[in-house]
Design a protein around this ligand. Structure first.
Ligand code: NAD
Ligand code: AKB
Length: 316
């Protein structure tokens, strides 16, 4: 029988880009995008699916004979702090539903992202190692840290091939971010291209790990293609791209738009950013499946501005 790949949370910042990459790689007819929001820009098969509804999840898995799941649906860090218990409830319920439905219905492989948000004050903030102690202080970070261990549990207890990456803040022109602490690094480019100034919700020197979204998608596909025996980390792999502060990204934008102006008005998200690493060490990902990022800050700025300018011209 025909086999499929299911993506949950496919209409978010990452999902819209990952869905198209999976369609390109495996064929549009083999990829089932799902979300509880309306269908995004991609074409192909779409199912309305709230992943906290386990019956509906199983219905979709059986309908399409799903053998691989990319479980992206989640509430992110900044939005998550508005209602911490609800964030925990949704993120954990959704993940446990995916793991349990996969086990029961012979799904072979599950990908679920973790985040740099799993780290807290005990982790070394520079070049944070993969096996650092996880003591996050956001509900989002707590749900990701617990989720990593649940993934490992399903691998060792049931043999379900669960794989995970700790993404840094993702930057892309293709989609807008959905309520995280790193969102400023996308919004700043939109403002610059629109000829507007930008008020940053993080302070000028707040350095965070970041990654261009194409690198993140490639990492995901490479991790999922790696032979099962190569995957030695069954919690989640650190992956590093670049690290920069708002002042550095603004300086990079000013090379193209000398009149671009930024001001700083740190809000509640500053406290979250201050708990996270400034840079990430990713030796295990390099060792196990040859991870290597391709985009540095000048390259990201060039791609972001070129593509957003094209979109901007199209709309005016
Ligand atoms: P996003 O907020 O842009 O998208 C999440 C999507 O999930 C949304 O379309 C939303 O409608 C959907 N969703 C929420 N609850 C749902 C539910 N109960 N059932 C079905 N769909 C639901 O997030 P994103 O940036 O695309 O992130 C995708 C994944 O990657 C998340 O797990 C996130 O934690 C992880 N991640 C993202 C980043 C980043 O910088 N974007 C960094 C680290 C980790
Ligand atoms: C967020 O800021 O919440 C996300 C993340 C790094 O997990 N972008």
């Amino acid at each position: 029988m025909h086999q499929s790949i299911l993506i949950t949370g496919a209409n978010g910042q990452l999902g819209t880009v990952l869905t198209e990459s999976l369609q390109l790689k495996y064929g549009v007819e083999n990829v089932i995008a799902s979300d509880l929001r309306e269908k995004a820009s991609y074409t192909g098969i779409f199912e309305y699916l709230d992943v906290t509804d386990s019956d509906r999840l199983e219905e979709v898995i059986l309908k399409y004979n799903v053998k691989e799941i990319y479980h992206l649906a989640a509430i992110l860090s900044a939005n998550g702090e508005r209602n911490p218990l609800n964030t925990w409830e949704i993120n954990m319920r959704a993940l446990l539903n995916v793991l349990e439905a996969s086990r029961k219905n012979n799904v072979e492989k599950v990908f679920h992202p973790s985040s740099i948000a799993v780290f807290g004050e005990s982790a070394p903030p520079i070049n944070t190692p993969n096996n650092s102690l996880l003591d996050p202080l956001t509900s989002y970070g707590l749900s990701k840290a617990a989720g990593e261990n649940w993934g490992k549990y399903y691998f060792y207890k049931y043999g379900l091939d669960v794989r995970s990456l700790r993404y840094p803040g993702l930057i892309g022109y293709q989609s807008r971010p959905g309520g995280g602490t790193t969102d400023y690094a996308v919004e700043i480019y939109h403002k610059a291209v629109a000829g507007e100034s930008f008020t940053c919700f993080l302070d000028r020197e707040t350095t965070l790990p970041m990654m261009y979204i194409d690198d993140a998608v490639r990492a995901t596909l490479e991790l999922m293609e790696a032979p099962r025996e190569n995957i030695k980390v069954r919690t989640s792999y650190n992956i590093a791209g670049i690290s920069f502060s708002p002042a550095q990204v603004a300086a990079s934008i000013k090379e193209k738009y000398p009149d671009f102006e930024i001001e700083y008005a740190p809000d509640h998200r500053q406290e979250i950013a201050d708990q996270w690493p400034k840079s990430i060490q990713d030796l295990e990902a390099m060792r196990d499946w040859s991870w290597k990022p391709q985009f540095n800050l000048p390259k990201i700025t060039e791609v972001m501005i070129d593509n957003l300018e094209r979109e901007h011209e199209h709309f005016i």
